[in-house]
Ligand binder design. Structure first.
Ligand SMILES: [Zn+2]
Length: 175
């Protein structure tokens, strides 16, 4: 951090504020304490009665060209469920019904928390968007395992195949 976002000062010092336990960037001019906290990624595992899962082929970095579940960063003012449904519309033009929290995966090494909801595919006119070059249904026997974008996506699909839609897990990815 080079400049204070409150007053513009360049006099930033990393120190443990009084009463705190961790070092923070503290402005030496206005006293503002700049906290840095993990980001939340929220998304959906869209399923249907034909044993298929909907995946999006990423057209943006990171992992452009790889397949993923519709997901993205939570915005201010949203619940994780609202964020997951918004990302699913934005990335796949998809609506889902009977939405239920399915996996929560903490990834402390990159300061992220992932939440995936499971939901039933509600419309057939889903399709590509600026963020997804392809949006496709994959039968569970035909998942492109070696072309999945992220481990959190792989773990979430595995959880569905091994333990079903009514299961849940809360896990830490620490390597
Ligand atoms: Zn300042």
């Amino acid at each position: 951090m080079n400049f204070c976002s409150k007053c513009g000062s360049a006099r930033i010092e990393k120190k443990i504020p009084e009463g705190d336990t961790l070092p923070r960037y503290v402005c030496q001019d206005c006293g503002e304490i700049h906290y840095s906290n993990p980001n939340v990624v929220t998304g959906v595992l869209p399923i249907n009665d034909a044993n298929e899962i909907l995946l999006c082929r990423r057209s943006i970095e990171p992992r452009s060209g790889f397949w993923t579940l519709p997901a993205g960063f939570l915005e201010n003012g949203e619940s994780i469920e609202q964020g997951a449904l918004r990302e699913t519309r934005e990335e796949a033009k998809l609506e889902v019904n009977n939405v239920k929290l399915f996996t929560v995966i903490s990834v402390p090494k990159i300061n992220q928390v992932y939440s995936f909801f499971i939901g039933e595919i509600a419309n057939t006119d889903f399709g590509p968007t600026p963020e997804s070059s392809e949006v496709k249904l994959f039968h569970v026997d035909n998942i492109p395992w070696d072309k999945l974008a992220f481990r959190t996506v792989k773990l979430t699909i595995e959880q569905y195949l091994e333990h079903g839609r009514n299961s849940f897990f809360n896990r830490v990815l620490d390597n």
